[in-house]
Ligand binder design. Structure first.
Ligand code: TGC
Ligand code: FAD
Length: 391
């Protein structure tokens, strides 16, 4: 029997399948060898090296659950573990993988025609092309149904007009998934389109000087009278539930990812307090400090247990809408609290970038906000419990 399994008390990691363990090890090695050495400078310089996408592709991290077109056909837990390991380094790198896998590859794979799948998926899964997902607009954030981007049918397809804001990868994307309503802005008219970089009438701009998720490029998509051939419409979408199916996948990955950031900071703080002598003994020998460590261990492992149960339910095609709101909301909330406590345990040194904790802390402010802000997940859960919508 294994003794003192303080890091994995419920044997969640221990009981992964052989394939999941191998994936986790490969991602961890890649993170430590490739991402860890560059993260501080990349963050300081708002730099994202697009070559990383090819590395992600080579390792099978993009569209990892897809079974064809070069996808590894991995389990949902494996997808979660990829997010968990990558976000130990930085939420921005995890975001790159989430957007490409859940918000670009997933809708094309689930709602695209065979020719769309053949045209786009191999390049997206190998990381040769970078995708982005345009749902949010300046006046339509938590309520995307109030979007103003429209499509109008013409002889060959559609004319699109509008703009999207706060879009991950917009400034560097080759492939744009854009959601739009008909000209009357009827909510149930929602359609998804695939736009290629270089399409006439499509342009992007970057949001400069973000204070959070600095490595991840974010921007606007501007669409002005763009003629989109009908072969570029995602014809198999079924209203808003198709849009939400993309968000479901991204929310799932985020729920694992934030626990990676939290557990990275937990271990940094644990190591620090074990070695920092104050009042003639290690900080870790104080009861108040041990309580903080116990709280971190508890919350991270409860979060992982819930994420792992959700992964199993997802693979069994069960309805996990409530589980996803619970784990997205709760894992983000507690990871932020844990990382803030870690910062405190390092005292002044917690403010130094080489200890990484402040960067994780400000990143988690973004992760709490995107993919359904914390309040929105409270309201989804409240609506599903009571049958009363407060939106
Ligand atoms: P509502 O009336 O609740 O639902 C409309 C239709 O959609 C169905 N549905 C779902 N289907 C699948 N999964 C879900 N999670 C679903 N939620 C709802 C629902 O059954 C219904 O279907 P039908 O067939 O009856 O028409 O819609 P609502 O307009 O009242 O929705 C309200 C609300 C607030 C829940 C929704 O708008 C919402 O989730 N808002 C948050 C917006 C958001 O999350 N945006 C994310 C943008 S992408 C992003 O942030 C990427 S970050 C980069 C990264 O991931 O790294
Ligand atoms: P708002 O909707 O204006 O909300 C502001 C605050 O009010 C929040 O705290 C919210 O919880 C609260 N609130 C809103 N409505 C209610 C209510 N009814 N009751 C109580 N409280 C409420 N979007 C994309 O489409 N694609 C992307 O790739 C993408 N990437 C992103 C990357 C970054 C770095 C960021 C920061 C955002 C990204 N987003 C993306 C946008 C993101 O999804 C939105 O920011 C998010 O949905 C919230 O919308 P908002 O910022 O307009 O806030």
């Amino acid at each position: 029997m294994k003794q003192n399994n303080w890091f994995d008390p419920f044997f969640i990691l221990e009981n992964l399948t052989t394939e999941e363990k191998l994936i986790q090890k490969n991602v961890r090695d890649f993170s430590n060898n490739v991402l860890r050495p560059i993260v501080v400078n990349d963050n300081r310089n708002h730099n994202f090296d697009r070559v990383l996408y090819r590395e992600f592709g080579r390792l099978g991290l993009l569209g990892s659950t897809v079974k064809n077109h070069g996808g590894a056909g991995a389990s949902s837990a494996a997808y979660g573990l990829i997010a968990y390991e990558i976000e130990k380094i930085d939420s921005s790198y995890r975001s790159s993988i989430s957007v490409q896998s859940s918000l670009v590859i997933h809708p094309i794979n689930s709602f695209g025609s065979e020719s769309q799948k053949n045209k786009y998926l191999p390049d997206l899964i190998s990381g040769n092309k970078i995708g982005c997902f345009g749902l949010t607009e300046s006046e339509a954030g938590s309520d995307p149904s109030s979007m103003k981007t429209t499509y109008k049918k013409n002889q060959n397809g559609y004319i699109l007009n509008g703009s999207k804001n706060w879009i991950t990868n917009a400034p560097i994307a080759d492939v744009f998934i854009v959601w739009a309503l008909n000209e009357k802005l009827e909510t149930d008219s929602i359609k998804g389109f695939i736009l290629d970089k270089g399409t006439k009438g499509l342009s992007t701009s970057a949001i400069e000087n973000k204070t959070s998720l600095k490595i991840s490029p974010t921007g606007q998509i501007i669409i002005n009278e763009a003629n989109i051939d009908k072969s570029n419409c995602l014809e198999n979408t079924k209203g808003w539930s198709s849009v939400f199916s993309c968000l479901n996948k991204a929310r799932f990955g985020i729920s694992w990812g934030v626990l990676g950031a939290a557990s990275e900071c937990w271990l940094i703080a644990k190591d620090y307090v074990e070695n920092r002598i104050m009042f003639k003994k290690p900080l870790a020998a104080n009861q108040l400090i041990q309580k903080k460590l116990a709280d971190m261990q508890t919350e991270i492992n409860l979060g992982l247990a819930a994420a792992n149960l959700t992964a199993k339910a997802m693979d069994e095609n069960q309805d996990i809408i409530n589980a996803l709101s619970i784990i997205k909301r709760n894992n983000c909330k507690k990871s932020l609290r844990i990382v803030r406590d870690c910062r405190d345990m390092l005292g002044a040194n917690g403010l130094i970038e080489d200890y990484h904790i402040m960067r994780h802390l400000v990143n988690l402010e973004t992760v709490k906000t995107y993919e359904g802000a914390e309040n929105i997940h409270s309201l989804i859960l409240g609506k599903n419990q009571t049958g009363l919508s407060s939106f």
